[in-house]
Ligand binder design. Structure first.
Ligand SMILES: Cc1ncc(C[n+]2csc(CCOP(=O)(O)OP(=O)(O)O)c2C)c(N)n1
Ligand SMILES: [Mg+2]
Length: 344
């Protein structure tokens, strides 16, 4: 990567960090309701992984999704408006924090059900093969998700059909407050892929370049027909599972020890400064611009209206196909949705 690309990694990680801190503040001010799972500490994973993919590669992730949205280039203003539940949000305020999506950017969400998105991601990979594109899919999950049935069913299917999908496991060492040694019989998650004879690797999830390199290699392999892979990245989240959860299970000393290996600080010191790629003035300028971008996001969300009540039932069902047949009877689109909340 050249200097601009490396500096951009730093800027993106910083944007996520500041955006997440601001989201916590807005949650405390009751501007944001519902669930809010923050990504502080894990920024190098989303930024490293997406920097190694093409913008048209498909992305499917779990509920800790703001970092992925920002790293994919979604507008921070629209992401914040979505957290607020406002009409200007990425899905018109209907999804909230856990369901950010932008199909124009091949970002298919944002899913709340642990492991529920993995068959969808693999279905996308199948569709990419079927339509003869060379797009690949990145399917992101947490360590806890690798205990659930859909994970195993999906790995089996992906490997059997050699589908172009990378399973990226963000091993932040906890599922909610439960430590990995308590929730998983196998604590080195990459080994779970061995059961399906799938290629797997493990990387340092706090090292943005290590994540980039690992994903780049697996992406090239998947794109050229080499099949799926699982990448485990070891990382740590700084905040509790969600804003509504306490953090009593994790030792305070462990959290502060983890913060000593901060992915953003390490990249700045060990790469950008060590290689003379950035000056302290540039760092200050970047910080200022990031703060302004996040402030603009809050202002946009504050000014964005609530979704109109008469749009409540919009976007729930796909637009019915004209003259569609269901069970032998001809269905006209008008009978499918009557407009008063009742369905024909
Ligand atoms: C099927 C299902 N079971 C339980 C939950 C509740 N739940 C939400 S997140 C979570 C833990 C998942 O941990 P992990 O996969 O490690 O992801 P992390 O939150 O650490 O990023 C649980 C149990 C859920 N959303 N879906
Ligand atoms: Mg976890």
């Amino acid at each position: 990567m050249n200097k601009e690309e490396l500096v951009s990694l730093y800027r993106q990680m910083l944007l996520i960090r500041v955006f997440e801190d601001k989201s916590a503040e807005m949650y405390a001010k009751a501007k944001i309701a519902g669930f809010l799972h923050l990504y502080n500490g894990q920024e190098a994973v989303a930024v490293g992984a997406l920097s190694a993919l093409r913008p048209d590669d498909d992305l499917v992730t779990h509920y800790r999704d703001h970092g992925y949205a920002l790293a994919r280039g979604l507008d921070a203003r629209k992401v914040m408006a979505e957290l607020y539940g406002r009409a200007g949000g990425t899905t018109g305020g209907r999804g909230g924090s856990m369901h950010i999506a932008d199909v124009s950017k091949h970002f298919w969400g944002g899913y709340a059900i642990v492991g529920g998105h993995l068959p969808l991601a693999t279905g996308l990979a199948y569709a990419n093969v079927h339509h003869k594109t060379d797009r690949i899919v990145l399917a992101v999950m947490g360590d806890g998700s690798t205990n659930i049935g859909t994970f195993h069913a999906t790995l089996n299917w992906a490997q059997l059909w050699r589908l172009p999908v990378i399973f990226l496991v963000e091993n932040n060492q906890y599922a909610m407050g439960t430590a990995i040694s308590v929730h998983s019989a196998v604590t080195e998650i990459y080994k779970k892929a061995h059961a399906y004879e799938m290629l797997s690797e493990r990387a340092d999830g706090k090292d943005v370049l290590a994540v980039h390199d690992a994903v780049a290699g697996l992406a090239e392999r998947a794109r050229s027909g080499g099949g799926p892979a699982l990448l485990e990245v070891v990382t740590y989240r700084y905040r509790a599972h969600s804003m509504a959860d306490s953090d009593v299970q994790r030792p305070k000393a462990e959290i502060s020890e983890q913060k000593e290996r901060d992915p953003i600080d390490m990249f700045l010191a060990n790469v950008l400064v060590a290689r003379n790629l950035i000056t302290s003035d540039e760092v200050e300028r970047i910080k200022k611009r990031v703060d302004e971008e996040v402030e603009a996001a809050v202002q946009f969300a504050d000014a964005s209206p609530e979704p109109a009540l008469d749009t409540l039932y919009n976007d729930i069902y796909a637009q019915p196909v004209a003259n569609m047949q269901i069970g032998g009877s001809l269905i006209s689109p008008a009978t499918l949705y009557t407009g008063n909340g009742k369905h024909g």
